[in-house]
Design a protein around this ligand. Sequence first.
Ligand code: GLC
Length: 731
Amino acid sequence: MRRMFLISSLMLLAVMSCSERQREDRVVERLLSQLTLEEKIGMVHANTMFSSGGVERLGIPSLKYTDGPHGVRWESVDNGWKSLEWGNDACTYLPALSALTATWNRDLARQYGEVLGEECKARGKHVNLAPGVNINRTVLNGRTWEYMSEDPYISAEMAVPYIQGVQSKGVASCVKHFALNSQAWHQYTISSEVDDRTMHEIYMPAFEAAICRAGAMAVMPAYNKVRGKWCSESRWLLDTLLRGELGFDGLVVSDWNGVHNTVETALAGTDVEMGTAIKENGLYAFDKYYFANPLLEKIKDGTVPESVLDEKVRNILRLMHRLDLIGAEPYDTTGMASRLATPAHVEVARKVAEESVVLLKNDCFLPLNPNQYNRIAVIGANADQVFAHGGGSTKLKAKYEVTPLQGLKNLLGPDVVIDYAPGYKLRNKQYVAAYHKFTDEFDMSWPEMVEEAVQKAAAADLVIYVGGLTHEHGMDCEGYDRPDMKLPYRQDELISAVMEANPNTVVVLMAGSPVELGEWHESARALVNCSFIGMEGGNVLADVLFGNVNPSGKLTTTWSMKLSDMPDHAIGEYPGADEKVHFNEGIMVGYRYFDTYGVVPMYEFGYGLSYTDFEYSDLEMEPVWKDGSRYKLSFKVTNIGEVKGKESAQVYVRQNESSAVRPYKELKGFDKVELLPGETKQVTVYLDRRSLSWYDAQKKAWVAEDGMYSVFVGASSRDVRLNGGFEYINH
Ligand code: GLC
């Protein structure tokens, strides 16, 4: 009886979705048939910097896009990037996606997306240009901090709830940048060369999950070329993979200035052209865009069939229908200021920041006891720096931003003397990162600034160093790669000097990409890493250092001992030559490389300490797994310490004997549990056939081979606490 009910309800669902799709198609076809050629052309290119054309007489709105991944960009002028300086568009400045992913908390990713969706809607925007899910192939990429991880599985697992959250609020997510946008160096001209298997196993899964599981309504092709073709004109990417293999039926909107011609791009499958730098008298000439008059001409002369244009318009209308935009009133932006950065939204930003902080080292030094210190020296320019406005296209006008220095003052109050010394001067954009050179102006002051920092450190009971990277060019900033993994501004020397003056030093590195640690690291009593963690970041760092928050963040990108240990440098190719960069490391990205080639990292993927300790036990799994079913494995995690904490338990899988070269192990499951002291919880992870599979480029299929598989359950990719295994039998 129950089975029959299940089958009939599934059939009902199928019929409903089929009729929903039929209804949608009817709406789309009816509108399409009423549009003139010129009106259709107006819809497929920008009519302002952040919108594409509509057709008012048919109730088709102009589609409004906005950045970005961790907050809604301020309102800018129609023709250009300049802010309109509104007084009511300051937003919730959420932690960057590298921070969100470091929480390993899917629920937070959903809440984060909902905040973003609500604020996009309050600002009258239809499409949010995010998330960026490119895999961190080279950690020098200036957008590493903006992306999620070196691992495709966690990128997918965190992107799905994020997108579902955004789209649940009536805003389309535009997942980006498809694909292989892994470096800034020559990104507008270089071709990323990758084999089919690597593409499917490493660089596609996050996009596949975004589209097939989260239903992302839009995709943005990347700036670079792939196999010699710009992404916006690559049939392999946009047709074979995106529309073909992934079955994507949404909107393909170009990156800004990512379109380079009319015919190739129109035929390959980009639907809307945005941001092309074709100007007249210094202004963007939208009617001269490749998809404007030039495309009109190419259709009139038959070079481009009108049916190609119609398909673009269908994709636009389909997205609009799914957002209920057609014939509807524009999104109501009434009371905008009161709908942005609400207490509830800020609370989400704070929770994400709290769970994103990674405790890397702690020699019984943290958490700090506030009653123990009368004078604290806060050293390092990042302590007194705000970051929302930087980083490139993700820049924001935050409602406010609490710096680490302010956060410490907020927490400690007037009874504790806080002495601040920057130790070095930020250049804010003029930083010539490529050479780590100090211009005279800065060199002159550097010794004095170090001396000031050392004196204040020596006079204090405790030193809190807050340094790391910033959004200056050549650090964590779009458009530039870092020259190396080292801390800029000779911070290694500064940290050593400060620690010599006062060994009671906590080092906090704000960095959204891995850093090569100097000699000071060996003797550091405590080391904390966080990315750019949003408007509440300063308060959160203070709460973590003084124990109000127990850190639970874990690395999602490997921190190697040195740059040359990174796979793209060791066996791959970076930055490439002759306008090509070959991803020779293939599937061996990140921990896949370190674990397979036996290279020891400084801090591994999945690593992060807590102020308490966790014990893993009772791994339960069947000895044999029959094909076609999900495979359930469970284990227990116990908090064996004195304070409550959260633990992200990870499940890695290895195929013991494979016909193909495979990474030593791969992340295939995780869950985060909160535990009171002494509390035990059971964690259940489900594997499916895909969890075991590798992509066979010859068969063009995912292959799960019969045989023995090992399971590693642990607190990180190298801290394995439980081992198990099963036999997989295909039927
Ligand atoms: C940028 C970025 C893209 C962003 C777009 C609009 O250059 O590559 O991520 O959404 O332009 O600002």
